[in-house]
Design a protein around this ligand. Structure first.
Ligand code: GLN
Length: 532
């Protein structure tokens, strides 16, 4: 097994995740078993407790692990499913080591950062052996030079002594072109490499992230100063779509250089389907549709609205490309006046969410979509609020609510799952929702069935509340039907209004299952309906 460590320099958000996903895609298309490990230097045990405004979307794996949004990029690019072993956080390391210490696993030793925390990192990385993986990417979160990720570099330095040429390091750093100077500057990148050197890490391949391709003389300068061969310095130039990054690397033969470095055979590659995707991205289709996303995690701090809803947005884009239509995403802040914006939309999505902030606007948007016959897709909270809206405005149950917002409501059409009640009372919030993939039976003859074309599907979940079955027959009699339920029939997973052009609410997150080359059936149907 070979290891490729990936670090970032100069600025955060330099594109380590996209670069690793892109190289991983090329290597897997060349027939290698690839996997990814993300090392996050925060104390949170997982990304589940972090606000999307602070840290971007929480992505959920099949086995119900809540990981940060890079997980989504890895899966969308490579179609390689991740699980909980693909992520390390500093919080996990310390929990494990402290648990070991409490159960005397260290035989009375003094337990310290070195060797115990370092060895826990190595142990987790080495877990991937014997899993049919040829190449494991280990992305070290954050930027080189930060105090909090040093231990991960130390683990790499330690592993390098053991694995030698089977371990390579790729460093990705920013090359600014300051406006007042007007030329590309390589010094910050050189200094970030010096920070790696100080930690005993000698990068083998450098990727310069910049507005323009790096010219020959600068490549030479970077190579000389970083101590790498000139043909191991590459450009990752700004592109209008992240899906073009693999092609950039392919054109520069980066994947071949990696394989040669790792002494692996250069097998053939077929990028036809990926090139086909790029062609679609570049096509100016004759039609453009406007897609409204009604949410509350709007731009703030380092993360933008796009990061909070990244899987939803990528799902929309992919579905539009494959349905040959250009798109315009309309951001609708559910805490503002939304009517004017709703009127410009060809379809409306209410994505997942928590708590009462912004809920009134979301319900207003759902009502608008229902009454104006605008294609609508409700995702998780969006589905639950569609049930609330229908109960209030069609069934006339004025105080219908989800007990998440009003625990005392007389009409909890959405209520806490019985398995979740105790967890909330004991404040057991971390990683305790109904998480991960669960099967769902789809009812034939529904629009959902027309989309999936099958009766058994598996989708990823992340929720504590559920449709209250006490209201099922009332809602169904009034025209909101159950189009999907859990395998044992206890849990409503999908609701639909059959008389509406397209009105579907799902308790799960289909956005986590879109792949660059495989648009998700529900998003695809929504877009088709919007085009009509
Ligand atoms: N807040 C809702 C619940 O916990 C919906 C969660 C979500 O949208 N992911 O059930």
């Amino acid at each position: 097994m070979k290891f490729i460590f990936v670090s970032g320099g100069v600025i955060s958000g330099v594109g380590k995740g996209i670069s690793a996903a892109s190289i991983g895609l090329l290597l897997s298309k060349r027939g290698y078993g690839v996997s990814f490990m993300k090392c996050d230097p925060y104390i949170n045990v997982d990304a589940g407790t972090m606000n999307p405004i602070e840290h971007g979307e929480v992505f959920v794996t099949d086995d119900g692990y809540e990981v940060d949004m890079d997980g989504g990029h890895y899966e969308r690019f490579t179609e390689i499913p991740l699980s909980r072993i693909n992520s390390i956080t500093t919080g996990q390391l310390y929990s494990t080591v402290i648990q070991n210490e409490r159960s005397l696993k260290y035989d009375g030793e003094c337990v310290e950062v070195i060797p115990h925390i370092r060895d826990e990192i190595v142990r987790r990385i080495e877990q991937f052996k014997n899993k049919n993986i040829d190449i494991l990417f280990v992305e070290i979160g954050g930027t080189i030079g930060e105090f909090q990720n040093d231990i991960y570099y130390e683990a790499e330095r330690f592993m390098k002594r053991k694995y030698g040429g089977d371990l390579m390091h790729i460093h990705i750093a920013y090359l600014p072109v300051p406006r007042s100077i007007g030329e590309m500057k390589t010094k910050p990148l050189q200094q970030s490499v010096m920070l790696l050197h100080e930690r005993g890490i000698f990068p083998d391949l450098i990727i310069g992230r910049s507005e323009l391709p790096i010219d020959k003389s600068r490549i030479r300068k970077i190579a000389v100063n970083a101590g790498v061969a000139e043909d191991l310095v590459f450009s990752n130039t700004d592109v209008n779509s992240i899906y073009k990054v693999p092609m950039q690397f392919y054109d520069q033969k980066l994947d071949i250089k990696v394989l040669k470095f790792l002494k692996l055979k250069v097998k053939s590659i077929d990028l036809k389907s990926w090139k086909n995707l790029i062609n679609k991205i570049d096509t100016k289709f004759s039609k453009t549709i406007s897609i409204g996303i009604v949410g509350k995690y709007y731009a703030s701090g380092n993360f933008s609205l796009e990061d909070s809803y990244i899987s939803v947005i990528e799902s929309i884009k992919i579905a539009c490309w494959y349905n040959h239509v250009c798109f315009n995403i309309v951001w609708i802040d559910s805490e503002k006046n939304i009517q004017d914006k709703l009127a410009t939309c060809d379809c409306i999505i209410v994505p997942g969410g928590f708590g009462s902030r912004g809920v009134d606007g979301k319900i207003e948007a759902i009502k608008y979509a229902r009454e104006h016959s605008i294609p609508f897709l409700g995702l998780c909270y969006g589905m639950q609020l569609a049930v609330v809206e229908y109960a209030r405005n069609v069934l006339g149950i004025k105080d219908a609510n989800t007990s998440e917002i009003n625990p005392k409501t007389k009409n909890p059409v959405v209520h806490i799952m019985s398995s979740q009640e105790k967890k909330l009372l004991s404040k057991d919030y971390g990683g305790s929702m109904r998480l991960g993939s669960w099967n769902c039976k789809v009812k034939q003859g529904t629009k959902t069935f027309q989309s999936y074309k099958k009766t058994l599907i598996s989708e990823r979940h992340r929720h504590r509340y559920e449709f209250n079955n006490l209201y099922r027959s009332q809602l169904e009699n009034a025209g909101m039907i159950v189009a999907g339920e859990s395998e044992n029939g206890n849990l409503v997973e999908i609701v639909e209004i059959p008389t509406h052009k397209f009105f579907i609410g799902v308790q799960f997150h289909p956005e986590f299952k879109s792949r660059a080359l495989l648009p998700h059936p529900l998003f695809s149907s929504l877009i088709k309906s919007a085009i009509k």
